[in-house]
Design a protein around this ligand. Sequence first.
Ligand SMILES: *Cc1c(COP(=O)(O)O)cnc(C)c1O
Length: 404
Amino acid sequence: MIYKKNNLRIDGFDVGYLGRKYKTPIYCYSLKKINNNIRNLKTYFKKINPLICYAVKANTNLRILKEIKNNNLGADVVSKGELMKALKAGIKPQNIVFSGVGKTSEEIKFAINKKILLINAESKSEILEIEKIARSKKKSVNIGIRLNPNTDAKTLSQISTGKKENKFGVDQKIFLQLVEYLKKSKYLNLKCLSVHIGSQILEYKPYENMLKVVDRIIKKSNYKFEYIDLGGGMGIDYNHNNSKLDLQKYSKNIQKFLKKKSCKIIFEPGRYIVGNSAILITKIIYIKEGYNKDFVILDAAMNDLIRPALYGAHHRFLPSKKTKKLAKKAYEFVGPICESTDTFTVIKKYQKLNEKDFLVICDVGAYGTSLASNYNVRPKPIEILIKGSKIQIINKRQKISELM
Ligand SMILES: *Cc1c(COP(=O)(O)O)cnc(C)c1O
């Protein structure tokens, strides 16, 4: 994303040109960014040689999944639908793990039939259900147990998952009981210990604490796990102020953790791989004068990108044309939906904007389209992918007629 003669460009394409050509709102992805992010992860964790399972829920576009598969990644799925999509994208079953607190028996049967790498169970009841199904099929099934390490991820409370009050995983006491139970199970092979403490983690310390807890419980369990699944959660720099997770330190810490252990590490990153790979191009419908600020009413709304409304998340806003003239009042960027939470951000000092201008909402590749809805009977946006010097439409704009 650079300005050339004051016009914003993404991978060489003028944002205004894209807005006029495809009409707004547009989710526009950069393949270069996705490939770069994956390369970065592989480089940081080279010495660990992990199995990287992309968390499909971050972005479920089939064409994006195929590009991720082309980088030889596996998948972390949380529903039958995601599992089917991962398989359809060509991701091998032996590189797929299945997470989630509420897998139904239908989902478990499907996963067993597809011979995926691991079902990471999150409760005693789920383990008993998997065992029942395995027995009836006379199949042995590889599973993991998700531990709730009671670690504060120091992220937004809404996307924190590893504290004892969260619904995810089992506590240490139950974990140890389940290990004992599974040592004797005829149909279940306990292969993995999994954890995932939250999302958009920028501090390295929570991971260090998590590793300590995992190390302790492995010793206590007196069991040899073939896989340790450390989950995802690696944060990205939404504000562009160099707040970055120190992956090098994390990697070193894992290497230390792995000494005297011979297990394979699994990661489940979602946001890190796709988060900064997309922008949402939107057009200003109206600018409306307010009391102490003006409202910039966009054609993109909370149904297209719900993160600000859902978690108070912040995304940068860039004008497609840069000018020097400042607006007299603060701007509040809002969507047209009939909800007061349909607002993206307030910016005190911004360049003067005009109706019909294009704007770009940055870093929307993760939990953007995958959380989009048809609220207010609004069709979902078109999705395009920049692949070198070419543009592919990877999802057509929904038609209102499809919503009738
Ligand atoms: C959501 C989720 C992830 C991915 O989280 P990111 O923050 O996008 O990396 C990984 N594992 C599990 C179990 C999840 O629920």
